[in-house]
Design a protein around this ligand. Structure first.
Ligand SMILES: Cc1cc2nc3c(=O)[nH]c(=O)nc-3n(C[C@H](O)[C@H](O)[C@H](O)COP(=O)(O)O)c2cc1C
Length: 186
């Protein structure tokens, strides 16, 4: 069984990216244990808090879930042509303390997808993650690209992914990324 952890980088209830994550989980076939995580409860990084009380519980829990996975799917919104601060903040917490960062990130397969109402579908946000993943020594899977543009049309009012082309792309993406992650584990 290949364990994939998908993380949505949006906190809002009606988030296209959380819907996309849910669709990725639903698309995961046999042999894939696909878990999901959100960033609720993770406070802003504060070095004083870290020095005084260590890593906050919600961030420590996310760290351990990443470390227990065979691969991580970041489902990223795009804000001002970059990744949202809340998402970067969570990953920053997970990279602390530095001597524990390799356990969590180094050599671990990571992949990126994202959804936005614009015509570009998070291209720049996904690109913005690349130097972060490189710094953390994560193993970026670049076997496919998925930019869900005009997200308001790709999902219905209940958050179901109704664009058949995107559904197929997503299912292939999850299958191929999980295959890569399984190979790395072996
Ligand atoms: C501060 C802010 C900046 C944004 N900048 C961009 C942007 O640069 N490119 C883009 O495609 N959408 C941008 N958007 C629109 C988001 O893609 C849109 O709000 C989207 O629904 C956010 O993802 P979510 O639905 O998962 O919460 C921005 C939204 C906010 C709140």
């Amino acid at each position: 069984m290949t364990k994939i952890l998908g993380i949505s980088g949006s906190l809002r209830k009606g988030s296209f990216n959380t819907w996309l994550l849910r669709a990725a989980q639903a698309a995961a076939g046999d042999g894939i244990e696909f878990e999901t995580a959100t960033l609720h409860g993770i406070p802003l990084y504060d070095g004083d808090v870290e020095a005084e009380t260590g890593i906050p519980e919600a961030a420590a829990a996310l760290k351990d879930r990443i470390a227990a996975s065979d691969g991580v799917l970041l489902v990223t919104p795009e804000y001002n042509n970059g990744m949202p601060g809340v998402f970067k903040n969570a990953i920053d917490w997970c990279s602390r303390p530095p001597e524990d960062a390799d356990r969590v990130f180094a050599g671990r397969p990571f992949a990126l997808i994202g959804a936005s109402p614009s015509a570009f579908g998070t291209i720049l946000s996904q690109a913005n993650w690349l130097p972060v993943l490189k710094t953390l020594k994560a193993e970026l899977w670049s076997g496919a690209k998925l930019y869900v543009s005009r997200a308001g049309q790709a999902f219905d009012a209940d958050g179901e992914l109704v664009d058949e082309k995107v559904r197929k792309q997503l299912a292939d993406f999850v299958k191929d990324f999980a295959g890569f992650a399984a190979g790395k584990r072996g």
